[in-house]
Design a protein around this ligand. Structure first.
Ligand SMILES: NC(=O)c1ccc[n+]([C@@H]2O[C@H](COP(=O)([O-])OP(=O)(O)OC[C@H]3O[C@@H](n4cnc5c(N)ncnc54)[C@H](O)[C@@H]3O)[C@@H](O)[C@H]2O)c1
Length: 456
């Protein structure tokens, strides 16, 4: 049974107080993980100061604007600020001075050799080292390779400070719900008392807490992401097989997913996994294993299947354009969806953008719509979407299109008016549905052709 305090509906009306257990926390980095962590810990009654080096982000947050799309986040940020439990400041140092426990939630992007780049973590650790309170606990919530707890200790050079690993498993799009209703909390520490201080922060959240050594906690995070990526690659490979043998992947997924040993989640075929975590974490997992003398060939295969899946989607679009040789000069592609999945504005490592980049390389022009890019583009969006014509209504992508493609599973695309869509193209064109979101029968009834993933 989950603690009834933590449904998203409840988030809209109250801050769940636990004043007798209130701890002063700092969160370094206010991105998807840091902002959610800070807001949720404030929501359960702790006092949280969040620091970020991005002046624009801090200014937006202090003006009451949430810089990312994340369901329920705005409500708990506003409530917690109004209750005096959540503050935003510029810089890591300013955030940590009074904190008993400090969460590092900074990026760990992919380095040149596939390993995780720890420079943000090291920089943040160096910034906070001189100002940390004696006895403070520093928590790595960023996804960091095995040995990072010790690496942070080395940068801090503070014998009076403990470093603990507490990897985060939230999903973008449901980050608040996931943080407040986790399947488990993992805490890795060489010091039991420090681990228990971190565990106590989650006291009002009804979930198993696993206390491990740091290396196991760090491995759990990568192994979890690797396994989830494997499930998606597996179902994409099965979808390719379904196309070859004439089977229907939806029926196959029903058939295998209802086996409780397998489970139906993460068995949805698509254009390949992407986003800010799976691509970098799967490669880092291979690299960590390699660095320790193990050839994780299964994970290499998972990555290869994902690369193949992107190529398969590109081949479908090329075929739909009738360009057997692959030259797409003069071909206009109408794209529905840009983000790596629905429910988020995150464009990092989006399969949609990888496919679009390749289509443009082959000579196509691309007109795209996404519900998160209808307003003024942020500086980041403007850079990433440079060269793509971004429109503000879904149906507009069809004007003059030679091929249509569904890249993101936004619910509004499943309800799109197919007759109007068909009326906007000059001739019957194919909809390449990389998410199996649309009903093929209805698409064809509207006068369009249909090509999905692993189904007819
Ligand atoms: N995004 C997810 O779904 C997710 C889920 C679980 C774990 N993670 C992991 O959590 C970590 C953070 O991911 P994210 O998606 O929240 O990243 P993000 O890029 O959205 O946010 C990181 C923030 O850290 C700030 N920052 C960088 N250096 C700083 C410093 N020295 N002081 C203060 N702020 C600093 C940046 O300005 C940015 O706002 C990564 O290791 C990631 O792998 C992410």
């Amino acid at each position: 049974m989950r603690n009834s305090c933590f449904s998203l509906e409840d988030v809209t009306d109250s801050v769940c107080g636990m004043p007798d257990r209130r701890v002063r926390l700092a969160v370094v980095g206010t991105g998807y993980v840091g902002l959610t962590t800070g807001a949720c810990f404030a929501h359960v009654g702790h006092h949280v100061v969040c620091g970020d080096i991005d002046e624009r982000k801090v200014a937006l947050l202090n003006d009451g604007h949430i810089p990312i799309v994340e369901e329920g986040l705005e409500a708990i940020v506003n409530q917690s600020r109004a209750a005096g439990l959540l503050e935003f400041v510029l810089g890591a140092e300013a955030a940590v001075a009074d904190a008993d426990i400090v969460f590092l939630c900074v990026p760990t992007p992919q380095g040149d050799d596939g390993s995780a780049d720890l420079s943000y973590i090291q920089q943040a650790a160096a910034q906070i080292a001189p100002v940390l309170k004696p006895g403070a606990v520093v928590v790595n919530k960023s996804t960091v390779p095995v040995g990072s707890t010790v690496a942070v200790e080395r940068v801090l050079q503070r014998d009076d400070v403990f470093v603990v690993s507490n990897p985060e498993f939230l999903r973008e799009g449901t980050a608040v719900h996931d943080f407040l209703n986790p399947d488990r909390v993992v805490i890795g520490s060489a010091d039991r008392a420090a681990a228990e201080r971190v565990a106590e922060l989650y006291a009002t959240i009804d979930t198993p807490i696993l206390i491990t050594d740091p290396a196991s906690a760090e491995t759990i995070k990568y192994a979890a992401n690797g396994f989830l990526a494997m499930k998606i690659s597996f179902v994409n490979a099965v979808a390719a097989m379904c196309e070859a043998v004439g089977a229907d992947v939806a029926a196959v997924v029903d058939g295998i997913g209802s086996d409780q040993r397998i489970g139906g989640q993460f068995l949805r075929p698509g254009p390949g996994w992407g986003g800010s975590c799976f691509p970098k974490d799967s490669r880092a997992l291979v690299k960590i294993a390699e660095d320790h003398g193990y050839n994780f060939s299964m994970m290499r295969g998972v990555i290869d299947v994902n690369d193949e899946q992107l190529e398969r989607m590109i081949a479908k679009i090329v075929a739909a354009a009738g360009r057997v040789g692959g030259d797409l000069t003069g071909v206009a592609v109408g794209a529905l969806g840009l983000t790596f999945k629905a429910g988020t504005d995150d464009l990092r490592e989006s399969p949609a953008l990888a496919i679009i980049a390749e289509l443009r390389q082959l000579g196509a022009t691309v007109r795209a719509y996404d519900p998160t890019t209808v307003g003024e583009l942020t500086p980041h969006q403007a850079v990433v979407l440079d060269g793509i014509e971004v429109v503000t209504r879904a149906l507009d992508v069809a004007d003059g299109a030679d091929v249509l493609a569904v890249f993101t599973e936004w619910p509004e695309f499943s309800k799109i008016d197919l007759d109007q869509l068909a009326a906007r193209v000059d001739r019957p064109v194919t909809v390449v549905d990389t998410r199996n979101l649309l009903d093929p029968v209805l698409v064809r009834e509207a006068g369009l052709e249909y090509d999905g993933v692993g189904r007819r």
